[in-house]
Design a protein around this ligand. Structure first.
Ligand code: MCN
Length: 777
């Protein structure tokens, strides 16, 4: 409806403020009398702490306090709980080592925090951290996923000598074994999905505050789920009523999943503020971020497909090693491998599937959801394998895909690993993408590249993911002011996705309100009643549906008031375009007039309550399955191994598109993150010493504008019936397709040289080495 309604390319309302530098990020929040915290972090991958001497540090000028793990333990604060049930291979309960706030007797990765210094300036806090003497006894360590469970690997915990925290299974093992037993061909591969860091523009930060008058704590922080952070701090850590805790998140400069929950710095700065009776602030420095944060991905998949004589997929088996890191501080650390399994069958009709995942411990940062949280990994595995099968069998990869793809008529489809694909047009996505990418012109472009001494490769993948899950509800509230303008309060938390614009469009579609007369509020647990936050591409689907319902309640109450104002029966009132009208007449009142009337005593129908504030909490009955087709072309320089992305096209199905510009932005960003991981990004440790090798941007390569190519993006929306908007999640879709398609294009380029194996990141050096190896063979 109108120029601000659903489907309109509305420019983001939040941008002018952000572009002028008027955003309010955590670093912009400063309070009178605040002190500065600095963390002393372990330089060792694994070591015993023999002693921590803080005497010299405490004596330095400006130092307010120096705290160690022993101080924290002495104060009797609690730990977050892990609720997801998992078992070890022998059926005993999962080994889930909790995460200490500050290490007491051991450090278990480079960056593990050992002490916190609080001083009146940042420089003085840093000096004092340097003056702390820690006596470490270094121990053997293990960081690599392919080593951690091998015999002789260093145990991260003496109590868990095999480093296996837990295993989990999905699917039907017996049916899958039977499919493999009758297969005409079985093709298996091992693919590595490396570890990355989110590298958001805004490194994390916290500001802890204590109000002794009210005996209340406040955490200012860049988090994705303020209400859940409040709940965990109140219930699990400080053991106070939730009403004694407030969490405020302002603008968040990117989260990508890894600003998801509760980091130890949150509880520590709040704890220090309460002890010292002054605000305590910590800002993560860029060179500290890779050491301090949770990481993403890091697994190895042994995947196999069973085919019949006609090349139909009849069974899929996956054995996965998932590197969990050194601690399981919350359920988040279990989510990534868990989120992976459902869609590893892709968009294909594979009747039997079985997945076995081993969650292993290592001397590395804990891993947690990072854009896609397992879904890009799943599609990476299946789509790489399909290309490898086509090459091995000498069949056309498109034909192989089409033969095994679920046709629209087979949907809704119950996949053998659990997901229920309700709707989608996978074959049409593919056809549209081939056209959009001008795949017909590829052969000529390949020849042109060849003439310039370059190798050109084409990647084509079908993506699908499970987004906007069913377990967590979301909250929306519309509050009218007596003048008829409104506030919109949401339980989600924007980190750059353009929520203000997207929600105002939904509100405008429903109520016709001018978005400029609506104030958008999120991220403050004292102002917004409830929320689960933003992750898993859920805000539009679940938050948007809650808003849709809350707006519906405004219409219902509005009809009663309008009927009274127009001296008509409620049944005769209809609502459209912000106007209540008596059916079949020209008698009408605007929503604004109705809202104003709601605040005027004596003008309301007898017995009705004053005010106009409505809220709704929406729980989705089913997950959504955004899907699409990605096509890309790369050029490889065989002399240097350098890979250049040259063309990229996406056809996406995210159901009803709320804002086509916002959606394009999401796809762009998501693709860049996927391409970055395939071409260059990686967290690396030295295998021998466990030393972190990529702590700064000097060593951790990030994609730049020149890494990317132009992108063509088109939607093929198939609205889902499972929410009132018909929307599916979109925030991670770009990454899900980008990882496999970029790698498949590289492998296609290298195929004529005989290169058959290559793992990400496809850096120049690795591609060059693979070419040399293939030539030598
Ligand atoms: N959208 C749309 N129509 C749909 C779905 C979405 O127009 N059917 C558009 C809207 O503009 C909406 C945006 O896409 O605001 C994202 O919507 P949604 O898919 O609901 O995702 P969320 O808002 O829940 O965001 C979470 C998602 C995730 S899980 C990660 S990780 C990620 C991502 O968003 N992190 C981001 N995108 C990010 N973008 C930025 N700038 N920063 C991050 O940290």
């Amino acid at each position: 409806m109108g120029k601000y309604g659903i489907g309109q390319p509305v420019l983001r309302f939040e941008d002018p403020r952000l572009l002028r530098g008027q955003g309010r990020f955590i670093h912009d929040v400063n309070l009178p009398g605040q002190a500065y915290a600095v963390f002393l972090r372990s330089p060792h991958a694994h070591a015993k702490i023999r002693s921590v001497d803080t005497v010299a540090a405490k004596a330095l000028p400006g130092v307010v306090a120096v705290y160690t793990g022993a101080d924290y333990v002495a104060d009797g604060l609690g730990m977050p709980k892990v609720n997801m049930p998992r078992k070890r291979p022998d059926g005993s309960p999962m080994f889930a080592p909790p995460r200490p706030a500050l290490c007491v007797d051991r450090v278990r990765y480079v960056g593990d925090p050992v002490a916190m210094v609080v001083a009146d300036t940042l420089a003085r806090a840093k000096d004092a951290a340097d003056a702390i003497e820690v006596d470490y006894e270094p121990l053997r360590s293990v960081t690599a996923t392919d080593e951690a469970t091998q015999p002789g690997a260093a145990p991260v915990y003496d109590e868990c000598p095999d480093n296996i925290s837990h295993v989990m299974e999905r699917g039907n093992k017996a049916a899958t074994e039977a499919a493999f037993a009758k297969a005409a061909k079985i093709i298996r591969r091992r693919y590595v999905v490396t570890r990355v860091h989110a590298q958001y523009m805004e490194p994390r930060g916290t500001l802890g505050v204590y109000d002794p008058g009210e005996d209340r704590m406040t955490l200012y922080a860049d988090v994705q789920y303020p209400h859940r952070v409040r709940q965990m701090l109140a219930q699990s850590i400080f053991r106070v009523p939730e009403s004694k805790m407030r969490v405020i998140g302002g603008d968040v400069g990117g989260g990508f999943g890894t600003k998801g929950w509760q980091y130890v710095e949150h509880r520590l700065t709040v704890w220090a503020a309460r002890k010292l009776l002054r605000p305590v602030k910590w800002t993560c420095e860029r060179s500290e971020a890779v050491m301090a944060d949770e990481h993403g991905r890091d697994n190895i998949g042994d995947i196999e497909l069973a085919l019949d004589a006609d090349n139909r997929f009849i069974g899929l088996r996956l054995n996965m090693l998932a590197n969990i890191g050194a601690y399981i501080g919350s359920d988040r650390n279990l989510l990534t491998p868990f989120g992976q399994i459902g869609t590893v069958v892709g968009v294909y009709d594979i009747p039997a599937a079985y997945v076995h995942i081993t969650g292993l411990l290592s001397n590395t940062n804990p891993t947690a959801p990072y854009r896609g949280a397992g879904r890009p990994e799943a599609i990476y595995l299946i789509e790489r394998l399909v290309d490898d099968i086509a090459r091995e069998l000498g069949v056309d990869r498109l034909e192989l895909r089409r033969k095994n793809m679920l046709p629209a008529a087979r949907l809704p489809y119950q996949s053998p690993l659990g997901p229920y694909y309700d709707c989608g047009e996978f074959a049409q996505n593919l056809d549209m993408a081939l056209k959009l990418a001008d795949v017909d012109g590829f052969a000529a472009r390949r020849e042109a590249s060849k003439a310039r001494g370059k190798l050109r490769g084409l990647g084509i993948v079908n993506a699908i993911e499970q987004a906007a899950g069913t377990v967590q509800p979301e909250y929306a509230e519309v509050r009218f002011n007596p003048s008829g303008t409104a506030q919109l309060l949401m339980g989600t938390k924007a980190q750059g996705q353009g929520h203000e614009t997207m929600y105002k469009q939904i509100l405008h579609e429903r109520l016709g309100i001018d978005p400029h007369e609506v104030q958008f509020i999120d991220g403050d647990t004292d102002r917004v009643a409830f929320g689960m936050g933003t992750m898993g591409s859920r805000s539009t689907v679940i938050g948007g549906s809650a808003l849709f319902l809350a707006a519906g309640k405004v219409i219902e109450k509005g009809k009663k008031v309008a009927a009274h104002m127009l001296e008509a029966s409620v049944d005769d009132i209809e609502f459209a375009d912000a106007v209540f009208k008596v059916k079949g007449t020209d008698k009408s009142v605007t929503l604004k007039q109705v809202a104003m009337t709601c605040f005027q005593a004596g003008k309301l129908p007898p017995g009705s309550e004053m005010g106009l504030y409505e809220n709704a909490t929406y729980l989705s009955p089913k997950d959504t399955f955004p899907n699409g087709c990605h096509v890309c072309e790369v050029e490889v320089d065989p002399e240097t191994g350098h890979v250049q992305l040259d063309r990229y096209a996406v056809v996406d199905d995210v159901g009803t598109v709320i804002n086509p510009i916002g959606l394009k932005g999401q796809i762009h960003g998501g693709v860049a993150q996927g391409v970055g991981q395939i071409l260059m990004e990686q967290v690396v440790w030295d295998r021998q010493s466990g030393q972190l090798m990529t702590a700064s941007f000097l060593d951790y390569a990030m994609p730049r504008a020149s890494t990317m190519s132009n992108m063509e993006i088109k939607s093929n929306p198939v609205p889902t019936a499972f929410n009132p908007l018909g929307a599916k999640g979109a925030g991670e879709a770009g990454t899900v397709g980008a990882m496999p398609v970029t790698m498949n294009a590289i492998m296609d380029a290298l195929a004529p040289l005989g290169v058959r194996e290559l793992d990400m990141p496809a850096t120049g050096e690795r591609v060059w080495a693979a070419i040399r190896k293939a030539r030598a063979a």
